[in-house]
Design a protein around this ligand. Structure first.
Ligand SMILES: Cc1cc2nc3c(=O)[nH]c(=O)nc-3n(C[C@H](O)[C@H](O)[C@H](O)COP(=O)(O)OP(=O)(O)OC[C@H]3O[C@@H](n4cnc5c(N)ncnc54)[C@H](O)[C@@H]3O)c2cc1C
Length: 425
């Protein structure tokens, strides 16, 4: 068991008020909020902080992201989404039998009424997203890795923009500030883009991560510098001692704690069973490529609806990230997704080289209703779920952490937690 902060002594103390499993955006934010609340906290990860899905995402702090992936149009678009050669969605058919219960639940959450409800619940988190994360950025110094130039979302045709009417209405209805732009106005914001778009939507209040993993690592360093303990260990099981404390089995010494936060992203699924109820958590794999030296091509994250991905200027190059592969927890990069993103990115920015330098796969943790799970386990109330942040964990990870601390402290939560209850399944 080791402290993360360079130079710290190796510690032998294995008993904490609270342990947080998973040092991604969600777990690190939770650990920091808990520390700020005066608890003795251990943050546990099998790797370095911020190297899971929080590493390779598109880096948009997308406060306009209250539109779930569930959509009333999905049932009729299934054939096109699954069989079109240019679809941003791929499904590994061998996974289908195991995923069937999740897929059925997902489709049940695509009715207009459910989508409206889910969107409202996500908006309640989005509206508190800045309050949840900016204090952590400021205190840790990670604010230097955040840029506030808004985000841009582009549609290839007027018809596709019209099809997005419902989504944009959900944003407007929940107070998201947005401006519909003509091609000329898009060109003024992003002059290097090829003029292959028909419409743009600009979200002026959105922010971006210049280095998503850099932000999480900076926050984790701040955590250890202020008395928190980072433990590099692979958790294999959770048990209960006779005195009521929890026992975390790892590939190193066991760790005991009074309360536990499960924030291992898509891999939280492997910790279900026994002490905690199994929840319908699945993963949508997503991919990225990087073009080093091309970060100057754009001023802000740009989403491309036709390609299902974003391009974001980051500290180490231009990153293009997105698409969905229902392919389980495999860490094998799927070349067809990489090719899809590369092809579309080069259509938008023809000066990009044919071959990107970095390819990556990550695992979005997704519940069938696209709502995260934030709340105490019904089976073991000392265990708190903080998982299922799907496409928006970099945006609502901070507020999730704040809510976790409020749950532990028993204070009134900043957001009504009913929609996020583990008991909803
Ligand atoms: C391509 C792509 C683009 C995205 N773009 C955006 C975006 O622009 N904006 C946005 O808001 N979100 C975006 N997301 C979503 C976002 O990245 C995720 O929602 C978020 O990173 C999830 O954070 P997390 O902390 O729950 O999980 P993770 O970051 O995956 O962290 C979980 C941690 O748990 C650790 N762990 C797992 N199992 C164990 C174990 N048994 N023992 C110990 N440690 C364990 C892992 O090592 C990992 O560090 C994107 C995702 C993808 C894939």
């Amino acid at each position: 068991m080791f402290s993360h902060q360079p130079g710290h002594e190796q510690t032998v103390d294995t008993s904490y008020d609270i342990a947080v499993i998973g040092a991604g955006m969600v777990g690190t934010s939770s650990a920091l909020w808990l520390l700020r609340s005066g608890h003795r906290v251990a943050l546990i990860d099998r790797g370095e902080p911020g190297m899971g899905t929080s590493f390779g995402n598109a880096g948009a702090l997308a406060t306009y992201g209250n539109v779930p992936i569930n959509s009333p149009s999905i049932p009729r678009r299934i054939p096109e989404l699954l069989f079109s050669k240019d679809s941003p969605l791929h499904i590994n058919w061998t996974m289908v039998p195991g995923m069937m219960p999740w897929l059925i639940r997902f489709l049940r959450n695509c009715t207009p009424g459910r989508v409206e409800y889910i969107s409202g619940a996500l908006a309640s988190l989005m509206q508190q997203a800045e309050e949840g994360v900016f204090p952590l950025f400021k205190a840790s110094g990670a604010d230097k890795l955040i840029r506030s130039m808004g985000c841009l979302y582009l549609y290839d045709t007027e018809a596709n923009f019209a099809k997005a009417d419902g989504e944009n209405k959900l944003r407007r209805d929940h107070g998201v500030e947005m401006e519909v732009l003509t091609p000329e106005e898009v060109g003024q914001l992003e002059p290097n883009l090829a003029k292959i778009y028909a419409k743009g939507v600009y979200f002026p209040k959105a922010h971006q991560y210049v280095s998503p993993s850099g932000v999480v690592q900076t926050m984790a360093d701040h955590f250890t510098a202020n008395g928190g303990t980072f433990i590099k260990a692979d958790v294999s099981a959770i048990g209960k001692n006779t005195d009521g404390s929890l026992e975390i089995a790892t590939d190193g010494p066991p760790i005991s704690c009074k309360q536990l936060v499960l924030a291992a992203g898509a891999f939280t699924k492997r910790l279900f069973g026994g002490l905690v109820e199994p929840l319908p958590l699945e993963t949508e794999r997503g991919f990225h490529i990087v073009f080093p030296g091309h970060e100057g091509a754009l001023n802000r994250p740009v989403g491309w609806s036709a390609g299902g991905f974003y391009m974001t200027p980051m500290s180490h190059g231009l990153r293009a990230a997105g698409t969905v592969d229902l392919g389980g927890l495999s860490s094998k990069v799927r070349q067809a997704n990489i090719d899809h993103i590369t092809r579309h990115a080069r259509k938008l920015l023809p000066d990009l080289p044919e071959t990107p330098q970095e390819t990556w796969v990550g695992h979005r943790p997704t519940m069938p209703d696209a709502l995260p799970v934030i709340g105490r386990s019904q089976r073991t109330p000392e265990i708190i779920f903080a998982c299922g942040h799907q496409h928006i964990g970099m945006t609502i990870g901070g507020i999730t952490g704040k809510l976790v601390a409020e749950i532990v402290d028993g204070t009134k939560t900043s957001v009504d937690l009913t929609p996020f209850s583990p008991g909803r399944f």
